[in-house]
Design a protein around this ligand. Structure first.
Ligand SMILES: Nc1ncnc2c1ncn2[C@@H]1O[C@H](COP(=O)(O)OP(=O)(O)OP(=O)(O)O)[C@@H](O)[C@H]1O
Ligand SMILES: [Zn+2]
Ligand SMILES: [Zn+2]
Length: 802
């Protein structure tokens, strides 16, 4: 009797365990741990992962596995363990953890097909089946009763492979193609019949007379400066037709990457890379915190460390924040390691992601560069894991499973006995504290590679500007500096802090602010559509003409959205060419990159944007950086708000004067005396660390204590409060007396999408059984969560408190 232990795709507490299934004879030879199967579950059929295979079961009546989805495992042994670890550490379901580790394609509804890869003779059974075709439906194999074992062999031999086709449309890309319907001579006749003044139509017909190959509609319109309506007219005349063609995108292959070679390291770099090389050489696990100022050459250290790892025949994972995953960044890795680099980021389609994943899985690449989820890259022989900009909050997943990529990286580093490198100009307090304690090793780069001084930072007190009668959002100094830079034909980056981004509508007579009817948050005014939108639930309404409360006509928008800043800037300095970069202008795929490329090509003088412009960018011609509202983040209800402000200001300052030209930074603020602004302007990380640590100790925040956050939400206000209260009660009773259990407290945004939200915060130093106790605390509400609208979210390491 062969029994498979399966984690089934039913994310529910009661089901968060393995289930035993009997393996039918026909699957004996092929079933392996880590494969996906279809199993009966109650009245349904569900997908599941085989976590173990054994010979006995404590259950008597077992149901049978219906189908095996894979012919090679999708989860390695390490991944199976890692999934358990992730689930247990984040209090999520096992199934959710496994699914987070795999590309979308492997979890969606899909169809399988078998693709022939070789011209050589296949085994007779397959040869008959293919019958001259290159691709066949997987079902045909099942129907023809060909033993899976044989198919598996052919896969291993590289003769065929299984292709998963996602049913959802979004993963396939189509373009509209145009082709002639008629023969050349008929087209020529048609040309004669066309009126002389139908010039555009004639050009297109002439094109197809010369060339009968189909051409994309876009290209056709561009090449002959025609329009969609011209094509439509020709279609109506029955001369041409259009059709949809699927295109496969190879996101990077079409770009040529110039090969780069290791640079001779500076003295500082040599000193910093030394311990890393040693750890690689000794095949140990250690965490190294690489604290290097912006432009100090951290990336070159990564590249050379990776080279060592590759020389040892091992693999490397590099995590970078999503927003820094620009072509520029990709180029640095592809330039050095060429085709052995896979790139993983969210802008790839599901199919592209799956392709990259497969390259890793099959060992066709040795290096993966990617955002958070790349930490799960299915390498089997990892020699280094690098996390660039380790302080970025995007490394924390804000959805189940709520894991932090840093923790997963360290767990994998331990398994593979390899170094984990955390790089940053502004490390998190947690990491720096660990480095000081000797838990991590510290490596420091405090100079830029070209020995250029860090750009000088000037702080402007905006209160004084106001007193001096300047009511614009640009200080006199900033305006002057912008004009000077323009005269020198140099470029400028202007940062508008994200939280100052909202433009709300207020009545000047009665003070009424238009809020979302479903969330406790002001609606944001969007100028381009002249509408008010909620950024939490996407509710929208037209901009009112009179105040809904008092009918006054003096209703107008306030605040400093990027659109408004752009408008004001154009008024102030009409000759400046501006590129605005924010959520609105970068929504379309590739828009982000296109805008940066235009800026790089000096098609604009000023790059104006939100946070997304603060990181990783390296423009030679940028000599001035301006921060319009440095303090807008300081007053958020988040104990990390000073730290985040310091990080952002340091990062954005690092964008100026990175090359030959010296840089300058202007920070505008209403609280110039605040230590995070003062110290960022002096590039004094250590002093900032000391002050901030003192405050964290005083108010008992991480890294002095750990925090867990439980958020309860329910459409009924009282229910939300009462349930939170019960959880708080239970926890207070069962946790250590030194632990503080705070709540019920309304969340900073108390209502989102018509749900009331309450929090319970746990601050603790040592709680051995915290996870079990939290589980017990919410157990009484499990049924209600399944049946009712109750939601309880547990975050063992929260980074968002809104
Ligand atoms: N040893 C070296 N010799 C000469 N130039 C170098 C050396 N190392 C790095 N550089 C160059 O210095 C510049 C800054 O390096 P890099 O981008 O790696 O710094 P970084 O620390 O990653 O910066 P940031 O944190 O701002 O992204 C780059 O143009 C890089 O090519
Ligand atoms: Zn009013
Ligand atoms: Zn809303």
């Amino acid at each position: 009797m062969i029994i498979a232990q399966v984690i089934v795709d039913v994310p529910a507490k009661q089901v968060n365990q393995t289930f035993d299934y009997l393996v039918p004879d026909k699957f004996h030879d092929i079933l392996e741990i880590g494969m996906r199967v279809i199993v009966p579950f109650g009245p349904r059929k569900v997908m599941g992962f085989v976590i173990n295979i054994t010979n006995d079961s404590k259950f008597k009546r077992l149901r049978k596995i219906i189908d095996v989805l894979d012919l090679t495992p999708v989860l390695t042994d390490e991944m199976i363990e890692l999934g358990k670890w992730v689930a247990e550490h984040t209090l999520s379901y096992y199934i959710t953890a496994y699914q987070a580790m795999l590309p979308q394609v492997l979890k969606a509804a899909y169809k399988k097909e078998i693709v022939r890869l070789t011209e050589d003779e296949l085994i007779p059974e397959l040869e008959v089946l293919f019958a001259g075709r290159d691709v066949i439906n997987f079902d045909e194999i099942t129907k023809a009763n060909i033993p899976y074992r044989l198919v598996q062999k052919a896969i291993q031999a590289g003769d065929i492979y299984i292709n998963y086709i996602v049913q959802s449309k979004a993963t396939k890309k189509y373009i509209t193609m145009v082709r002639p319907i008629l023969e050349d001579y008929q087209l020529m006749e048609a040309l004669e019949d066309l009126p002389k003044n139908a010039k555009k139509q004639r050009v297109i017909i002439e094109h197809f007379i010369n060339q009968s190959e189909p051409l994309s509609q876009k290209e056709l319109i561009k090449r002959y400066s025609t329009s969609y309506s011209t094509i439509k007219q020709l279609k109506q005349k029955g001369l041409i037709e259009t059709y949809q063609q699927e295109i496969y995108r190879h996101p990077y292959d079409d770009k040529a990457f110039t090969k780069t070679y290791p640079l001779p390291l500076t003295e500082q770099q040599k000193k910093a890379i030394q311990p890393i090389k040693q750890i690689i050489h000794k095949e140990e696990h250690k965490v190294v915190l690489l604290h290097g100022v912006t432009g100090s050459g951290k990336t070159e250290i990564y590249l050379q460390a990776i080279q060592d790892v590759l020389n040892n025949g091992k693999e490397a994972i590099v995590l970078v924040p999503e927003i820094s995953l620009t072509p520029q960044m990709v180029k640095r890795f592809k330039g050095r390691f060429g085709e052995s680099v896979a790139v993983f980021h969210s802008a790839l389609s599901a199919g592209e992601k799956y392709d990259e994943w497969r390259k890793i899985y099959r060992g066709e690449v040795k290096v993966v560069v990617g955002a958070r989820s790349a930490v799960f890259a299915p390498f089997e022989n990892i020699g280094i894991i690098i996390i660039d900009e380790e302080h970025e909050v995007t490394y924390k997943q804000e959805d189940q499973p709520r894991y932090h990529a840093r923790d997963v990286a360290i767990e994998r580093g331990l398994y593979h006995q390899c170094p984990v490198i955390l790089g940053s100009a502004t490390p998190t307090l947690e990491s720096y504290a660990r480095a000081l304690k000797g838990v991590y090793q510290l490596a420091v780069l405090d100079k830029r590679t070209n020995n250029q001084a860090m750009p000088e930072v000037k702080i402007v007190d905006m209160r004084q500007e106001l007193h001096a009668g300047n009511r614009t959002m640009f200080s006199r100094l900033l305006k002057l500096k912008i004009e000077e830079a323009l005269k020198r034909k140099q470029q400028i980056i202007l940062l508008l802090n994200r939280r100052g981004f909202s433009t709300f509508v207020m009545c000047r007579d009665c003070g009424q602010v238009n809020e979302c009817p479903h969330c406790d948050i002001a609606l944001t005014y969007h100028k381009s559509s002249h509408r008010l939108k909620c950024h939490y639930c996407s509710y929208e309404e037209p901009m009112p003409i009179v105040c809904p409360a008092c009918q006054s006509e003096y209703i107008r928008y306030f605040g400093t959205g990027t659109e408004r800043v752009e408008e004001a800037l154009t008024k102030l300095i009409p000759e400046a060419r501006i590129i605005r970069m924010d959520v609105d202008t970068t929504r379309r795929k590739g828009a982000h990159e296109r805008l940066l490329e235009r800026f790089r090509n000096y098609e604009a003088d000023i790059l104006l944007g939100t946070q997304m412009i603060a990181k990783g960018l390296d423009f030679e011609n940028v000599t001035l950086v301006g921060v319009l509202t440095a303090d807008s983040m300081l007053h958020l209800p988040d104990f990390r708000s000073s730290e985040k402000t310091f990080q952002l200001l340091t990062q954005v300052s690092g964008r100026a004067g990175r090359h030959e030209l010296p840089g300058e930074v202007i920070i505008q603020t209403y609280t110039p005396e605040h230590y995070s602004i003062q110290l960022a302007s002096q590039y004094d990380y250590v002093q900032f660390f000391n002050i901030e640590m003192r405050l964290r100790r005083q108010f008992q925040y991480p890294p002095y204590v750990f925090i867990s956050l439980i958020t309860v939400s329910h459409p009924d206000h009282l229910t939300a409060i009462n349930i939170t209260e019960e959880i708080v009660q239970y926890l207070s009773k069962h946790l250590a007396p030194q632990t503080s259990v705070l709540g019920p407290t309304p969340s900073p945004i108390m209502r989102i999408k018509d749900r009331y939200r309450y929090q319970c915060m746990i601050k603790y130093k040592k709680e051995r059984h915290l996870k079990e106790i939290i589980n017990m605390a919410i157990r009484p509400f499990e049924d209600q969560m399944n049946q009712d609208e109750l939601q309880i979210i547990i975050d063992m390491q929260p980074y968002q408190f809104m």
